[in-house]
Design a protein around this ligand. Structure first.
Ligand code: FES
Ligand code: FES
Length: 175
């Protein structure tokens, strides 16, 4: 994208932290996150809104950072993949992705994790179809969709406490 002539001061709230940076107004949120704020977990893909690789959350909702202008994001709460962990502990989705090997090259994973986070917050018990629909805009070049869907289901079960209960049931049966 061609740069504007003069840089403007941007105030962005990302992962709960206020950032100030000067950037050309034509820069996309994706570019500012990666190149000015050093948050390189958000990935460059098609840059035209078709692959979902650059997905972040804006006020908790999935959004494509390659299509957003940071100037319009100044009063919004932006979440990137770097903001998923809490107090140094991975998000349940991250744990499930690791356990089920749901990331292959991992390039699509940050965007998918954020879209899945928004899904589970809105719908804690999504069906397989609902997961597939939510991730409809996120392309995985490695095409490992099955593991991705299973990892999201596992994280949903854990959030609901079902896995713990299932383990307890199994232990009681074994006595
Ligand atoms: S890089 Fe934004 S949708 Fe592909
Ligand atoms: S894991 Fe490689 S693009 Fe999805």
């Amino acid at each position: 994208m061609p740069e504007g002539r003069e840089k403007v001061l941007l105030r962005l709230r990302v992962n709960g932290t206020e950032h100030q940076t000067a950037a050309f107004p034509s820069r996309t949120l994706l570019e500012v996150l990666r190149e000015d704020l050093g948050l390189t977990g958000t990935k460059h893909g098609c840059e035209v809104g078709e692959c979902g690789t650059c997905a972040v959350l804006v006020d908790g909702r999935p959004a494509l950072s390659c299509l957003l202008l940071p100037l319009e994001m100044q009063d919004r709460e932006i979440t990137t993949v770097e903001g998923l962990a809490h107090n140094g502990n991975p998000h349940p989705l991250q744990d499930a992705f690791v356990e089920l090997s749901a990331a292959q090259c991992g390039y699509c994973t940050p965007g998918i994790l954020l879209v899945a986070k928004a899904l589970l917050e809105e719908n804690p018990h999504p069906s397989r179809e609902e997961i597939e629909e939510a991730l409809g805009g996120n392309l995985c070049r490695c095409t490992g969709y099955l593991k991705i869907f299973e990892a999201i289901e596992l994280a949903a079960e854990r959030k609901a406490g079902n896995v713990t209960q299932r383990r307890r049931d199994a232990e009681e049966c074994a006595v």
